[in-house]
Every structure is written in structure tokens, then in C-alpha cells.
Design a protein around this ligand. Structure first.
Ligand code: SF4
Ligand code: SF4
Length: 100
């Protein structure tokens, strides 16, 4: 069996209800906190799916669409910026794991 790179593995993840724009995302990030008081911006390098990014001006951005629900940011953020709720597969977004 061919070993896959991390990017290839992430590309295999699919998402329930991804097309529903009216569904609440399972993570909300107050980027005002990221861009005002956060001294380390650690989620920009611990998120395995690159949902947190920092632009050339040092400003943090967040996008939930590629999240694989690992939960890392829920524990990594010590600034109170991350509101993380496990998605309900029936009404919310969520990952469909293809290989368990
Ligand atoms: S650690 Fe928290 S406050 Fe800092 S950049 Fe990440 S999400 Fe924002
Ligand atoms: S739960 Fe994991 S994959 Fe999703 S945004 Fe947080 S760190 Fe990234």
C-alpha cells in the first residue's frame, strides 16, 4: 500500500453538509483577540489543516472549511478566542472519516 503524504491524507477527508451555507460552523474564532492581545498566535502553526493562517502583515485569519475536528486549537488557544462545539452530523457540518 502506497504511503500518503499528510496533504494527500487531508484531501481524502469529506464533509457533511458542506454546501449548506446556513449551518452554524462548529468553531468560531474571535480574530479580534488574535490580532490584539495574543502574544504567540500558536494556532497558526499547530493546526494540521492550516485553518489558521497569518498574512504578511502578521494578521491572523481563520477559515473553518478544512477543519478535520482534531480539537487541537480548542486546547492550544489560551486567550479565549476559540469557541469550539462538536458538530451534530444531522444539522451541522462535520468530517466524514473515510478510513476510520
Ligand atoms: S492562540 Fe487563540 S488568540 Fe492566539 S492566534 Fe490562536 S486562536 Fe487566536
Ligand atoms: S480542530 Fe484541529 S483542524 Fe480544526 S481548526 Fe482546530 S486545530 Fe485546525
Amino acid at each position: 500500500m502506497k504511503l500518503l503524504t499528510l496533504s494527500e491524507r487531508l484531501g481524502l477527508v469529506s464533509y457533511r453538509n458542506q454546501a449548506k451555507s446556513d449551518i452554524k460552523p462548529h468553531i468560531r474564532v474571535d480574530t479580534d483577540i488574535c490580532n490584539s492581545v495574543c502574544p504567540h498566535k500558536c494556532t497558526t502553526y499547530v493546526c494540521p489543516a492550516n485553518c489558521y493562517t497569518m498574512d504578511e502583515d502578521g494578521k491572523v485569519h481563520f477559515q473553518v472549511e478544512d477543519c478535520i475536528e482534531c480539537g487541537t486549537c480548542m486546547y492550544a488557544c489560551d486567550q479565549g478566542a476559540v469557541d469550539w462545539n462538536y458538530p451534530d452530523p444531522e444539522i451541522g457540518r462535520g468530517v466524514t472519516w473515510n478510513f476510520g
